[in-house]
Design a protein around this ligand. Sequence first.
Ligand code: ARG
Length: 588
Amino acid sequence: MKKLVDFLEEEMKAAFEKAGYDPNFAKVTVSNRPDLCEYQCNGAMAAAKTYHKAPMIIAGDVAVHLEGSEALEDVQAVNPGFINMKVKKEFLGSYTQEMREANQLGVEHDSQKRCIILDYGGANVAKPLHVGHLRSAIIGECLKRILRFKGHEVIGDVHLGDWGYQMGLVITELRKRNPELVYFDEQYEGEYPEEAPFTINDLEEIYPYASAYAKEHEDYKEEALAATFELQNGRKGYRALWKHIMRVSIADLKRNYENLNVTFDLWKGEADAQPYIPDMVKMMKEKGFAHLDQGALVVDVKEETDTKEIPPCMILKSDGAALYDTTDLATLVEREKLYHPDEVIYMTDKRQELHFVQVFRCAKKTGIVPEDTKLTFIGFGTMNGKDGKPFKTRAGGVMRLSDLIHGINEEMYKKIAENRTVAPEEAEKTAQMVGLAALKYGDLSNQAAKDYVFDLDKFASFEGNTGPYILYTIVRIKSILNKYKENGGDMAECRISEPHSESERGLMLEAAKFTAVMEQAYEELAPHKICGYIFDLANSFNRFYHENRILGEEDKEKQQGYLALLDLVKDILMTSIGLLGFEAPERM
Ligand code: ARG
């Protein structure tokens, strides 16, 4: 469906032309003075220079030609040359009714379907998920849904950190504790048995312990590094242990992501890229892209236009070990081979930006990806505590994701139990749903690149710009619609007609912006645009709700118009939260 503002602009263009001016000046935008008008055009000011005329004269000339317009009313030229306007009642009514009947509320698929790989989540195997991984998962999941809503094929890949030093640490500690295990036998040749010699609880304790111990003990660290090296070079027993670690850890990660309503199509990781490294390195050497620099193999990626120093991409360390750059490049080799994507989008902490600049340049320069493949990096800011410092536990340690979620759910449960709107047996499930909305909305409503403060009291509030407020609004609308149906009302008879009051008009105008908002959120890959919009929409609804009797309305036609509008608003809100990645309960 065409955006509402495009209809308005079309008429504006025709009016400019009829008045003898270039229609390119006829840009229409949402008014920045909603007290004066709904939409505005500032084109007369820009045209004034071209035509050597006062803007007010031009605005007046144009306004004349908008009398009797199909979509606009109250068109006024005002000093010093703005054209102010309102949307015609009938037009607003038919536009919003059409949204109800359209597929996806009028949001169309892009004309060109693209294959996009979304690299997000980025959890590290054997290490607990921490809040830093939370943002990647939340924002990534949302972008995946937005891109699919626009009709693209999106492959979400968790890209596990499953090949690093942490594996060597865990193996070393396991060896210290259980030297008798067959896996430590140098001659070990067997396949790994079903049963892992540890549980997830063991793993969660082992990694932090080993990591801290290695920092204090140089020989232990050496041992862990050696174990990492041996694992990477194919020592059978270590490979078997590695598989165990992977299985136990991934099962746990899946549970965690499930609680966040986050899913991945691919559970690949750094390890999957390793087989591609030798050929890739060979190619880089043979084609003269790579050279030795103090023993390390590097590819220069700086460009003349750089304003700051971009160091070379590191392919191999002097001891021949691969690095983070190497793995990401080899992963691109695999992605190109298996999926041939039109775009790859990466979502990590913004502190990794330089790494991705280097990798992207190197991949293009060496031909790992074709010139027209888009490589996009989205960096997000840090989630801070109320003290403005990176989020910590009370004891000062790194906050584990599962503890954070547990804390939110508990807080939510207390509130919901107090409200007594939900049967006790439903309360826990409801608390989880509302808790997830609080967490995700609290994150997504901020521009991704910015740091933000995680403030549970604020995020969990049923009032203000929060997830629970949005859910509360949805629940309220649903309950009105349900009551109407219970009393024998038939939604099939309800259609949106013209607005009858200012508050109804305001609500219709907000609803009509949905297509434009979605387009912007998609083009800028900006979930916060959706949050800002649904907050405005929920406010408009609540104003309408307080100023009008809906179920008590006696004029039947008016009432049916109200209900149809409510139905549309509910659908917009439900679709939007679905894109943000959470759901609404029936009651709260
Ligand atoms: N595992 C990494 C981390 O914890 C994030 C991986 C991001 N994706 C990538 N292709 N490098 O920082």
